[in-house]
Design a binder for this molecule. Structure first.
Ligand code: SAH
Ligand code: SF4
Ligand code: F3S
Length: 446
C-alpha cells in the first residue's frame, strides 16, 4: 500500500447486535477526536469502517461484496480507506487481510481503541491487524461521550462463557467480563449530561454482570440498576440480553420496586423442546423457563416478554418444533426475533447429524413467525385504553407527528407539538401489528 493523506471524513456501518451499534458509536468518537468528520449523507467518505457481525451465514461474503462496491473501478488514491472491525474481523481477520488488499485495518471487538494508531500506520502505507482481547483496556482508552439522542446504549458486560453449540459469540467476543461499577456510574452520568433520558445496559449476558459498589459490596445487575436509578434526568432503564441461567431474585424484585426500570424483559428461549435445548447446551428446560417468567410476572404483572428462537436446529423433528409453537402460546410474547439455524464454522452444531433441509426450515420459520405476529398484535390490542409515558425519539411521516416508545417498547405515534427527548403522557387509542396510535393527554413533561 502506498502512503496517503489522513482521511477528512468517515462513515461507520454497523451490522448485527446493539453492542455493535454501541461499538460503532465509540469508534466514531475516536475518529472525531482525531479531527475526522462524519461524511454528509449521500457523499462518499474518505474512511469507511465496516463493523461486522458473524452470527449467521453470509456475513463474511457480505463484507467482501461491500469492499468490492467501495473500491470498484477506483484507483487506490480515489478509493476510500477501509477498516474491517467487529466479529467477522475477529473470526476471519487473517483471511480478510489476505483476500482483500483494499483493506488497511482489521480490528477485533476488544481492540478498537487502537484504531487511531492503526490509522496513522495506514496513512504511512502500512496495513495492520489487531485481534487481541485485553479485558477492559478499550473502555479505559475511549474518549468522553459527545452529544447524543434521548436513548443511549451502555455496555456493562461483554463476552460469553455459555457456549451454546450453535453460537460464535464466545469465540468472537471472548470470555465474560464485567466493567467496573464506578466506570459505569461515571459513563451513565456523562450520557445523561449529553442528553440521554433512557439508558439500555448492554451485554451478551447482561444479567451475568457483577461488581463492587461504592461500599465494596458485591452486587449484581439489580444493584447496578438501583445505583443508576437516582440519576437526575434519567427517566428509563432497560437491559439486554439476558440468559435464563443468570436471573436472580434481586433482579426480579427490582422489576417490582424500581420505577425507572421498564416493564420489559428480553429472555431468549431458542426452543420449546427439552431434547433440543440440551443439544443446544442451553441450561434451562421449557418448564424451568416458564417458571422463571412466572416469577417476573408476579413481581411486575404488566411486564412485556420478548425472546429469540431458532428453527431447524440439527435433529429437530416436526414434533419438537411444535413444542416451540406451544411455548410461544404459553408465554404470549409481546415481541420476538426468530431465525433459521445457520451452521457456523468451528461450532459443535455445525457438524452434528440431522442438518435440517432449507425448505423445512423455511416452512417452520413461517409458522413460527405467524404465531409470534399474532401474539404481538394481541399484546398491542390489549394495550389500547392504557395511558403511559412515550419517550419521543423522532418525527413521524406527517407534519406534527411524533414517534416514540412506550414502557413496553412498542412504537407509538401521536400528533402534538412535542420535541425529540420529551416524555409525553399518551393514551393508546388504536393498535396495529407493529405500532400503536395515541393521543397526548397533557403538554409534554419536559
Ligand atoms: N447473548 C444473547 C444473544 C446471542 S445472538 C443470547 O444468549 O441470547 C442473538 C440470537 O441469534 C440468539 O439468541 C439466537 O437466537 C440467534 N443465533 C445465534 N447463533 C445462531 C445460529 N448459528 N443460527 C441461527 N440463529 C442464531
Ligand atoms: Fe451465544 Fe448462547 Fe452465549 Fe447467547 S448465551 S451469546 S446464544 S453462546
Ligand atoms: Fe453479531 Fe458479534 Fe453481535 S456476531 S450479534 S456483532 S456479538
Amino acid at each position: 500500500m502506498k502512503p496517503t493523506t489522513t482521511p477528512k471524513t468517515y462513515r461507520v456501518k454497523s451490522f448485527g447486535c446493539q453492542m455493535n451499534v454501541y461499538d460503532g458509536e465509540r469508534m466514531a468518537e475516536l475518529l472525531a477526536e482525531k479531527g475526522i468528520m462524519p461524511a454528509p449523507d449521500g457523499e462518499d467518505a474518505d474512511l469507511v469502517v465496516l463493523n461486522t457481525c458473524h452470527i449467521r451465514e453470509k456475513a463474511a461474503e457480505k463484507v467482501y461484496s461491500d469492499i468490492g462496491r467501495l473500491t470498484k473501478g477506483k484507483t487506490q488514491a480515489k478509493a476510500p480507506m477501509i477498516a474491517v472491525t467487529g466479529c467477522v474481523a475477529q473470526a476471519e481477520g487473517e483471511e480478510i487481510m489476505a483476500r482483500a488488499p483494499a483493506v488497511s485495518m482489521v480490528v477485533g471487538p476488544q481492540a478498537y481503541h487502537r484504531l487511531p494508531e492503526m490509522l496513522d500506520k495506514a496513512v504511512a502505507g502500512e496495513r495492520s491487524t489487531d485481534t487481541d482481547m485485553p479485558p477492559i483496556a478499550k473502555f479505559d482508552a475511549l474518549p468522553a461521550r459527545r452529544k447524543i439522542g434521548p436513548t443511549a446504549f451502555l455496555t456493562v458486560q461483554e463476552g460469553c462463557d455459555k457456549f451454546c453449540t450453535y453460537c460464535v459469540v464466545p469465540y468472537t467476543r471472548g470470555a465474560e467480563i464485567s466493567r467496573p461499577f464506578n466506570d459505569l456510574l461515571t459513563e451513565a452520568l456523562k450520557l445523561v449530561e449529553a442528553g440521554a433520558r433512557e439508558i439500555t445496559l448492554l451485554g451478551q449476558n447482561v444479567s451475568a454482570w457483577s461488581g463492587e459498589d461504592e461500599k465494596g459490596h458485591r452486587v449484581g445487575l439489580a444493584g447496578l440498576i438501583r445505583a443508576l436509578a437516582p440519576i437526575d434526568g434519567l427517566e428509563r432503564i432497560r437491559y439486554t440480553t439476558s440468559h435464563p441461567a443468570d436471573m436472580d431474585d434481586a433482579l426480579i424484585a427490582a422489576h417490582g420496586e424500581v420505577d425507572k426500570l421498564m416493564p420489559y424483559l428480553h429472555l431468549p428461549v431458542q426452543s420449546g423442546n427439552d431434547r433440543v435445548l440440551k443439544t443446544m447446551n442451553r441450561s434451562h428446560t421449557a418448564e424451568s423457563y416458564l417458571r422463571l417468567l412466572e416469577r417476573f410476572r408476579a413481581a411486575r404483572p404488566d411486564i412485556a416478554l420478548s425472546g429469540d428462537f431458532i428453527v431447524g436446529f440439527p435433529g429437530e423433528t416436526e414434533a419438537e418444533f411444535e413444542d416451540t409453537l406451544k411455548i410461544v402460546d404459553a408465554v404470549g410474547y409481546a415481541h420476538a426475533f426468530s431465525f433459521k439455524y445457520s451452521p457456523r464454522p468451528g461450532t459443535p452444531a455445525a457438524t452434528m447429524d440431522g442438518q435440517v433441509p432449507k425448505e423445512i426450515m423455511d416452512e417452520r420459520l413461517q409458522r413460527l413467525q405467524s404465531a409470534l405476529g399474532r401474539h404481538q398484535f394481541a399484546f398491542n390490542q390489549d394495550s389500547v385504553g392504557k395511558t403511559c409515558g412515550v419517550l419521543v425519539e423522532r418525527k413521524g411521516k406527517l407534519p406534527g407527528q411524533w414517534l416514540g416508545k412506550s414502557p413496553w417498547l412498542q412504537s407509538v405515534w401521536f400528533e402534538s407539538d412535542a420535541k425529540i427527548g420529551d416524555l409525553v403522557e399518551v393514551e393508546l387509542l388504536e393498535a396495529g401489528p407493529n405500532s400503536l396510535a395515541g393521543r397526548p393527554l397533557a403538554p409534554a413533561l419536559t
